[in-house]
Design a binder for this molecule. Structure first.
Ligand code: FAD
Length: 503
């Protein structure tokens, strides 16, 4: 499918003629994250000629398992959200025998860890009494309930959406008794900080509307516009990358191929990469992150329709990072999460204790939103030191880390953000608009998933969906709809129980 350096249209036609003679439909997949790899796998298994172009020198995208400590550590995704057989990734994870460590049996997006697994401290290193942690957790739920209760009224009055932060202020004005003071206020800010981590964005930019039907749901604290699968949240103990590597086996993947231009004509596509080489095929699947589409570093010819461009610009993309600290030995309490409470959510922080799940003496500091942006301006060393200083506040005798890793999902030109979220005043159907194909261009990736945005299983589902849409469209032209074989093969559809533990 590589067509040489020429960019003229006859070349494009020649490439397509070739594949017609061979009667092998062809597709170019752009982006080798979960969505792109899933799409490429499905179409390869359906006898398509598939080339996957990936800008980085590795596959996986926002799934990035690092082995430099001598054991796997995920710098991107690490949880399977929805540890259940309905999760589209469950058959594969089960088949690979990959163990999961369940951090919460609750489906709530607020509590991907059970409350009793937290140890929170104030800035002076005093541990917050556990009863207060639980009490404020319940108060946080009540405030959200109130916010949701007022939503309809607020809408009547203001006829618009508002941010979570704005809704909180309104609730406090109307129900002053829900206001918290002193340490309880700081713990509340910590819960807000955790919520901001879930959306990778600050509370003043997160839409209240995405919670508004929650009152009518069985589990009211779930974000109802997304579909939260049952089974709680499970950490991938051996890292996420084995899932990607399994799907990628045998595919034609070209690393270091940054796509800069996509030309579409009625009978095919021509894709140009940074060094000028071009590739032609019947169709393309665009599976690059929303952040990359936003900066328009890929030129589309003809331009994408206005509704698609609007969806790209209006959907939010947030930042969450990981600063992984490896210590000689464990000196912290035996809990899953260590937290620092503060006056504002910006000042709060938390560490995931990987020792519980993996046995390695590792803490993962996870800043989100503005804090994550600010930390990305620092060098790796300064960022690691910043995280270490937070730890020293709560555990003054903390020893210095022996190794560290720092992610930069916000400024990395291959991602330009961590994952998508609903911003204030924008409709949830932006995800669907982002997914809808344009001629022979198909779109996949977490930000095209209406049901499971911002997740690995969401990215996987959209990859499969784009592959199926593409297959139907291309084969319509070839008149061979029966060419298709089941996407994952029989093996993967066999249900293997997930290996779940909690220590
Ligand atoms: C810190 C962090 C924590 C997370 N935690 C979780 C979690 O615990 N559980 C969960 O389910 N999800 C989590 N997520 C979200 C999850 O990682 C993503 O939703 C998912 O991996 C996105 O997959 P994707 O295929 O849509 O995009 P990506 O994985 O970003 O893949 C896109 C690919 O396109 C490539 N690319 C970019 N530009 C070009 C170009 N011009 N030409 C060619 N290739 C290009 C990129 O290099 C990349 O490989 C987390 C994300 C982050 C950042």
């Amino acid at each position: 499918m590589e067509s040489g350096r020429t960019t003229s249209n006859p070349q494009l036609r020649r490439g397509l003629c070739y594949s017609n003679v061979e009667r092998k439909p062809s597709v170019i997949v752009i982006g080798g994250g979960m969505a792109g790899i899933a799409a490429a796998r499905a179409l390869h298994d359906a006898s398509f000629q598939v080339v996957l172009l990936e800008s980085r020198d590795r596959i996986g995208g926002r799934v990035h398992t690092d082995y430099s400590f001598g054991f796997p550590v995920d710098l991107g995704a690490s949880w399977l959200h929805g540890v259940c057989k309905e999760n589209p990734l469950a058959p594969l994870i089960g088949r690979l025998g990959l163990p999961l460590y369940r951090t919460s049996g609750d489906n709530s997006v607020l509590y991907d860890h059970d409350l009793e697994s937290y140890a929170l401290f104030d800035m002076d290193g005093n541990q917050v009494p556990q009863e207060l942690v639980t009490k404020v957790g319940e108060a946080f739920e009540s405030i959200l309930k109130e916010a949701i209760f007022f939503t309809d009224k607020i809408r009547e009055e203001l006829s618009s959406d508002m941010s979570i932060l704005n809704a909180f202020s309104i609730v406090f004005e109307r129900r002053p008794e829900l206001r918290l003071e002193g340490l309880a206020h700081k713990v509340l800010q910590w819960y807000l900080c955790r919520m901001e981590g879930w959306f990778a964005a600050d509370a003043e930019t997160i839409s209240l509307k995405c919670w508004d039907q929650a009152m009518h749901s069985a589990n009211f604290l779930q974000n109802i516009q997304e579909e939260l699968l049952p089974g709680g949240h499970g950490l991938m103990v051996r890292g996420y990358i084995p899932v990607i590597n399994t799907l990628a086996k045998g595919l034609d993947i070209r690393l270091g191929h940054r796509v800069t231009k996509i030309v579409r004509r009625y009978n095919g596509v021509k894709v140009t990469v940074e060094d000028g080489r071009t590739f032609v095929a019947d169709a393309a699947i665009v599976a690059v992150p929303l952040g990359v589409l936003k900066v328009k570093s890929i030129k589309f010819e003809p331009k994408l329709p206005e509704w698609k461009e609007a969806a790209i610009s209006e959907l939010g993309v947030g930042i969450e990072n990981k600063i992984v600290l490896h210590f000689e030995k464990v000196f912290w309490p035996n809990v899953e999460f260590l937290g620092v409470v503060a006056e504002t959510s910006y000042g709060c922080s938390y560490f995931l204790n990987l020792h519980k799940a993996t046995g390695h003496s590792v803490l993962v500091y996870m800043p989100a939103g503005q804090l994550a942006k600010d930390i990305e301006k620092m060098s790796d060393e300064a960022a690691a030191n910043f995280a270490y200083l937070q730890l020293k506040r709560i555990l003054p005798n903390a020893s210095a880390p022996i190794q560290y890793l720092v992610s930069r999902w916000g400024t990395d030109i291959n991602s330009l953000g961590s994952y998508s979220y609903d911003t204030v005043g924008k409709p949830h159907d932006l995800y669907e608009r982002l997914r809808i194909p344009v001629d022979n261009l198909f779109f996949a990736g977490e930000a095209t998933s209406s049901n499971y945005p911002g997740s690995v299983h969401g990215a996987f589902s959209t990859g499969m969906m784009a592959a199926e849409d593409c297959r139907m469209r291309v084969l319509e032209r070839y008149g061979e709809l029966d060419l298709f074989q089941p996407v994952m093969g029989e093996e993967a559809s066999v249900s293997v129980p997930l290996l779940i533990s909690r220590m």
